[in-house]
Design a binder for this molecule. Structure first.
Ligand code: NAD
Length: 281
């Protein structure tokens, strides 16, 4: 069994982004800029935004965070996004999810200029991804693809089972895998027999939010298991959606939690923002 080390791969990506940022500054006098919109006081969202701001600083980006109270109106959020759409120093706009209940998330995401949609959630970019055209791709599944590339894991012709079908994880993951010529099965809460699907897969990718959902008897010998889940359990520790202790001995490759997909998500956000800045250049 080999661990897929997301932390060191993320560091490698960040180092290469930092080098390119320096080049962009010297050659074109452009500093990539990321605007983060943070609404309410959800501690997890605040922690993620802090991590993102720190990562931006590390690679030499210009970054700003617009923090707004929970009770902010949808119109005010839209006005802030439009301001960022028109700000020439900003290459990427990220709205930290989840949003408060009174806000229509789909509507908010549609206001972001697709050219600055570094989270890849805008329908324009999702459509381009599905049709295999160049686009901004959601950072978490993009990070998983980067892991496959780094570890020379071939996808063509492989049977891949994606567990979880959200717009930000499972669906873009499935589209990327299809574009890489894998045979993809997407499962979710209404799937009748999850084990029947995971058990026949060469690669299982799970992003659900249920600790220990994937058990030892649900994966075949030699399978590759990618755990996207991040769950805080009662003792305060972070665990994934895979029963790591019992599943890992059966795997050829597996990602740990923490230190697996999580760091890759931020690395790909930096990479997407750099890509946008290069397009501006
Ligand atoms: P979500 O709630 O939007 O979607 C969950 C998906 O899982 C749904 O499609 C649902 O049908 C499916 N599901 C739920 N219970 C299931 C079950 N028992 N069996 C099969 N399918 C089931 O969640 P999300 O935003 O996609 O996040 C999923 C997980 O991934 C969470 O743990 C989240 O913290 C994590 N996540 C991690 C990163 C990262 O950077 N590593 C990024 C985003 C999300």
């Amino acid at each position: 069994m080999q661990l897929i080390d997301g932390k060191s791969l993320a560091n490698k990506v960040q180092t290469s982004v930092a080098t390119e940022v320096e080049q962009l500054k010297q050659e074109k006098n452009i500093v990539p800029g990321l605007a983060v919109i943070l609404i309410g006081d959800d501690p997890a969202s605040h922690a993620y935004v802090k991590m993102k701001a720190k990562a931006c600083e590390k690679v030499g980006f210009y970054s700003i965070t617009h923090s707004m109270p929970d009770a902010i109106s949808q119109e005010e959020i839209i006005a802030t996004i439009e301001m960022m759409n028109n700000n020439p120093r900003i290459d990427g706009i990220l709205v930290q999810l989840p949003l408060p209940k009174h806000v229509d998330t789909d509507k908010i995401l549609e206001v972001i200029d697709p050219k600055k949609d570094v989270d890849g959630f805008h329908a324009y970019n999702v459509g381009r991804l599905v049709t295999n055209l160049d686009s901004f791709v959601a950072c978490t599944p993009l990070g998983v693809m980067k892991m496959f590339e780094e570890y020379n894991i071939e996808l063509e012709g492989k049977d891949v089972c994606v567990v979880g079908a959200s717009n930000i994880v499972g669906k873009p993951m499935a589209a990327l895998l299809l574009n890489a010529n894998a045979t993809v099965t997407v499962t979710h809460i209404f799937t009748k027999d999850l084990k029947a699907h995971t058990l026949q897969a060469d690669i299982v990718i799970v992003g659900v939010g249920v600790p220990g959902l994937i058990k030892e008897d649900m994966v075949k010998e030699g399978a590759i298991v990618i755990d996207i889940g991040i769950n805080r359990i009662a003792d305060g520790s972070l665990v994934g959606d895979v029963d790591f202790k019992n599943v890992s001995p059966k795997c050829s490759y597996i990602t740990p939690v923490p230190g697996g997909v999580g760091p890759m998500t931020i690395a790909m956000l930096l990479s997407n923002t750099l890509k946008s800045a290069k397009q501006r250049a």
